[in-house]
Design a protein around this ligand. Structure first.
Ligand code: OOB
Length: 552
């Protein structure tokens, strides 16, 4: 096993237990694709309808073709100096190349760092420097944003970033991804099943996002479990609607689960019903995953008479709490089974079961994949609570990390001494073992599935010359569930002529931040309410903004 510095391995006795139980079967992603290609190479693995900057027209790749492409891409990347253990930031839209690149990296044993298309200079710069990335893969221009320019800027500041690869015709000063594949030699050594396969991003509640190291063994186990629980097989057609690199559409059961099952992945360039429904109809899509705001949009479209979704058998909804009222509409309106999924990039994933009574499907967020997922619901002193009581969710198990990558101080807070991950979620457990998400203890805003760490945004606001102090909290929103509200105390000398809220938003955006992190609303106050021990009372701020929204 090649040990990656900064990785917290599973303790030996747990690893042995997970192997003995048959959870960890010694599979790797590289070999998984090889085996599927050998078993049914002629079947379609990936359909990319095109219509984005990477490719204008449709591509359909069989398993054999994806396998060959991954080999040739791996050879090309090796020829350009990408080595086992190297980190490569991958920021691609939902295009077929995503799989070509990621499987090539898996085969080399290089680690994809899964950035999202929405990330900008601040996030990408941090990922590249923190991971010492050697390469960065981008589209040319997507959604009106020039990723090549972003890459040039990040590259100028990170001398270790030797290679920028552009998926698309015009690479500018960088290298066209399409020019990389070659017939040269493949990797001399294969990665081990216990090796870290990639770095996933945490939603985060701290100043900078944390990186999540997932191994082949642990992640493939979560795929196999998900595939079983979601009823997937080689005839499944999965529509990838959310950004492909996010843990939910990647693995729950997502595109990688679908490839594990030998099914077909259809990439959806846009999440709107206008784009998705015709694609579902044309490809005979059987299963997809959505965040709650999109599920609402799809329900409304279907209720208004839109058609095309008939082949759908399973609709997964997760990433944020799906209201019971909306959940109850799924079967009557879309004619498919709702499967709620409550997961996290750190590991633990809960699903309602396809044969659960409708009541459990619509009122709970499911139960863990594995009999070896250990779930504790505890009070503020880490004492176990009985079923029915709401408390902090702690978890440990065969696909939950034991530590963030290179973050010993965070890890001391985020994990118990005996290795349980502190999820920051407040849950209650039903007698059936299902979990109901009741709230959150972590300082994060869940904007319809997109996670915003309050501290990160507060730090950006504090960089503004007029800002003395900032506190970012959630405010209720009928569509996204939550939006962000930034409370700001101005410096005394700026109180006479205060900046406008939009000015602060523009300032934050100008620092090169993903759009979804820009505060939705800015409120100026003279001072923050304090808790008993003098900390900012975010609870009071949340109550204040919620009350003022109700009043208006
Ligand atoms: C998924 O992963 P992340 O890492 O973006 O976010 C995890 C957090 C959870 O800790 C929880 O706070 C929230 O997102 N969450 C939910 C939820 N699903 C996730 N809160 C309430 N209800 C739900 N159903 O979001 C993710 C990863 C894999 C599968 C699905 C979602």
């Amino acid at each position: 096993m090649t040990t990656l510095e900064g990785f917290t391995p599973y303790p030996a006795e747990f690893a042995e237990r997970y192997r003995a139980a048959g959870h960890w079967r010694g599979e790797t992603f590289g070999r998984m694709l090889r085996e599927r290609a050998a078993a049914h190479g002629e079947r379609t693995a990936v359909v990319d309808p095109g219509g984005h900057s990477v490719a204008a027209t449709e591509r359909r790749w069989t398993y054999a073709e994806l396998d060959l492409r991954a080999d040739r891409m791996a050879a090309g990347l090796l020829a350009r100096g990408v080595r086992s253990g190297d980190r490569v930031v991958v920021q691609l839209p939902n295009a077929a190349e995503f799989f070509e690149v990621v499987f090539a990296l898996f085969r080399i044993g290089a680690l994809p760092v899964f950035a999202l298309p929405a990330h900008r200079y601040t996030e990408i710069g941090y990922f590249c420097s923190f991971t010492d990335a050697v390469a960065y893969v981008v589209p040319a221009v997507e959604g009106g944003f020039d990723y090549r320019e972003l890459a040039s800027r990040v590259r100028a500041e990170n001398p270790g970033l030797r290679l920028v690869l552009v998926a698309g015709e015009d690479a500018g000063e960088h290298v066209r991804l399409a020019d990389v594949p070659c017939d040269g030699p493949g990797p001399a050594e294969e990665p081990e099943p216990g090796d870290v396969a990639f770095l996933q991003l945490s939603g985060g509640s701290t100043g900078v996002p944390k990186l999540i190291p997932r191994t082949h063994d642990d992640y493939i186990y979560s795929l196999r479990g998900s595939v079983d629980l979601c009823g997937q097989d080689a005839d499944s057609v999965y529509l990838c609607v959310l950004p492909a690199a996010h843990n939910f559409p990647l693995s729950s059961p997502g595109s990688l689960g679908t490839l594990y099952a030998g099914g077909r992945v259809v990439l959806c360039p846009q999440p709107s019903p206008e784009t998705a429904f015709p694609l579902i109809e044309r490809e005979g899509v059987t299963i997809t995953g959505l965040v709650p705001p999109l599920a609402l949009l799809w329900l409304e479209a279907a209720e208004r008479g839109a058609t095309g979704y008939r082949s759908l058998r399973v609709l997964l909804v997760g990433g944020a709490k799906f209201s019971t009222e909306a959940a109850r509409r799924v079967r009557p309106v879309l004619g498919c089974t709702l499967q709620q999924v409550f997961g996290m990039a750190e590991g633990l994933v809960n699903y309602t079961r396809l044969d659960d009574p409708e009541e459990l499907i619509t009122t709970t967020q499911g139960r863990p994949i594995s009999p070896d997922d250990e779930v504790r619901v505890v009070d503020d002193q880490d004492r176990d609570l009985p079923d029915g009581a709401t408390g902090h969710l702690l978890t440990r198990g065969p696909y939950t990390i034991r530590g963030y990558w290179k973050a010993p101080e965070h890890n001391a807070n985020s994990f118990t001494a005996d290795g349980f991950y502190r999820t920051g979620d407040l849950v209650r457990r039903t007698p059936t073992g299902h979990l109901v998400v009741e709230g959150r203890a972590k300082d994060q805003i869940n904007r319809g599935g997109e996670k915003v760490a309050a501290e990160e945004i507060e730090n950006h606001l504090l960089a503004h010359p007029a800002v003395h102090d900032a506190a970012v909290v959630s405010m209720p929103d009928p569509y996204l569930g939550e939006r962000t509200c930034a409370y700001v105390v101005l410096r005394a000398e700026h109180r006479e002529q205060p900046p406008k809220g939009v000015e602060l938003k523009r300032f934050v955006r100008g620092r090169g931040l993903a759009d979804y992190k820009v505060p939705d609303r800015v409120e100026f106050v003279d001072a923050f309410p304090a808790t008993g021990i003098g900390k900012v009372s975010k609870k009071d701020l949340r109550a204040a903004i919620a009350a003022s929204l109700t009043a208006s």
